[in-house]
Design a protein around this ligand. Structure first.
Ligand code: ADP
Length: 261
C-alpha cells in the first residue's frame, strides 16, 4: 500500500484528524460501529495517506494469538519461524488492523496489552524475543457494539487502552455521494436507494437485527448500474442478506416498491 494513491474515503467529521493525531503520538485506535459503514475503507485510506504499509486481519472465533504473532513451520524438512501479521507490522512500523477484534480468542487480548501501553513491546514466547515496535507501528481494532452478545464484548481492561471513535452509517447526502462514486449509478436512483436504506435502518430492533449497510447499498447500485432490474437488485442486495423470514422479506419488498413508486 505504501506510495499507492489513497483509496477514496469521504470523511463524515474529524475522524481523519483524530486518527492522524493518534498515529503521531503512537496511540492505538478502536473503531466502533456497525458492519459495512466504512471502517475498513477508512483505515486503508489513512494508512495510504500516512504512507504506512497495512496488515489487515479479519478476526474470527478460531483466531489465536499464534495466528497474529507467528509460528514454527516445517519447510523442506527444517523448522523455521514465520512471523504473523502483527509481528511483521511491529518489525516494519506498519499499521495492523484487527477487524472485529472481539471475535478472536481470549489469548489475543493478552498479546495486545503490552503493545498498547507506553512500552509498545511484543513478547514472543516461542522464540524468546521481545520486540520493540518500530516507529510508525500503530494498532487499530474495530468492533461492532450492536451485536448484543454478552460474551463478545471488549473487556474494560482492553478497551481502556485505545483512543476510541464511533462510526455510523453516513448521513444521506454523504451516503449518496459515496454510493454514486462507488457504483457509477446516476444520482437520482442512488438517492432512492439511500432513502430505502434509511427506512430499512428504521426497522432495526423490530423486524431486523441489523440495518442495511452502506456496503449493501453499494452492491445494489452496482448491480443496477450493470443492467439488473431495480426490483431484483434490491431483493438480492438489500433484502435477502438481511433476513430469512418470509413475512419480513415481503414487508421489506413492499417498502421498496413504495419508495421507488
Ligand atoms: P466496515 O469495515 O465498516 O465493515 P467497509 O469499510 O468495508 O465497512 O465499507 C463497505 C463499503 O462501503 C466500502 O467498500 C465502500 O464502498 C463503502 N463506504 C462506506 N463508507 C464510505 C466512505 N465514507 N467513503 C468511501 N466509501 C465508503
Amino acid at each position: 500500500m505504501r506510495g499507492a494513491e489513497a483509496p477514496f474515503y469521504l470523511a463524515h467529521g474529524d475522524e481523519c484528524e483524530i486518527f492522524a493525531a493518534a498515529y503521531g503520538n503512537g496511540l492505538p485506535v478502536l473503531l466502533k460501529g456497525p458492519t459495512g459503514c466504512g471502517k475498513t475503507r477508512f483505515v486503508a485510506h489513512m494508512a495510504a495517506a500516512l504512507g504506512r504499509p497495512l496488515y489487515t486481519v479479519a478476526c474470527h472465533d478460531d483466531l489465536t494469538a499464534a495466528d497474529l504473532i507467528g509460528r514454527y513451520l516445517l519447510k523442506g524438512g527444517e523448522t523455521v519461524w514465520v512471523d504473523g501479521p502483527l509481528t511483521r507490522a511491529v518489525r516494519e512500523g506498519a499499521i495492523c488492523y484487527l477487524d472485529e477484534v472481539v471475535e478472536a480468542r481470549k489469548d489475543v487480548a493478552v498479546v495486545l496489552h503490552p503493545l498498547t501501553d507506553d512500552r509498545r513491546i511484543l513478547p514472543i514466547d516461542r522464540t524468546g524475543e521481545e520486540l520493540e515496535a518500530a516507529p510508525g507501528f500503530m494498532l487499530v481494532a474495530s468492533y461492532n457494539p450492536g451485536y448484543q452478545n454478552i460474551l463478545k464484548t471488549l473487556k474494560p481492561s482492553t478497551r481502556q487502552r485505545f483512543v476510541a471513535m464511533e462510526f455510523d452509517f453516513p448521513k444521506p447526502e454523504h451516503e449518496i455521494a459515496v454510493v454514486t462514486r462507488e457504483s457509477g449509478l446516476d444520482e437520482g436512483r442512488v438517492r432512492s436507494l439511500v432513502r430505502l436504506a434509511g427506512k430499512l435502518r428504521g426497522l432495526k430492533g423490530q423486524d431486523l437485527e441489523e440495518g442495511v449497510s452502506t456496503r449493501l447499498v453499494v452492491y445494489a447500485a452496482t448491480l443496477i448500474a450493470g443492467g439488473m432490474g431495480v426490483d431484483r437488485a434490491i431483493r438480492v442486495a438489500m433484502v435477502e442478506p438481511l433476513t430469512d423470514d418470509e413475512d419480513v422479506k415481503r414487508g421489506l419488498l413492499d417498502l421498496a416498491t413504495a419508495v421507488f413508486g
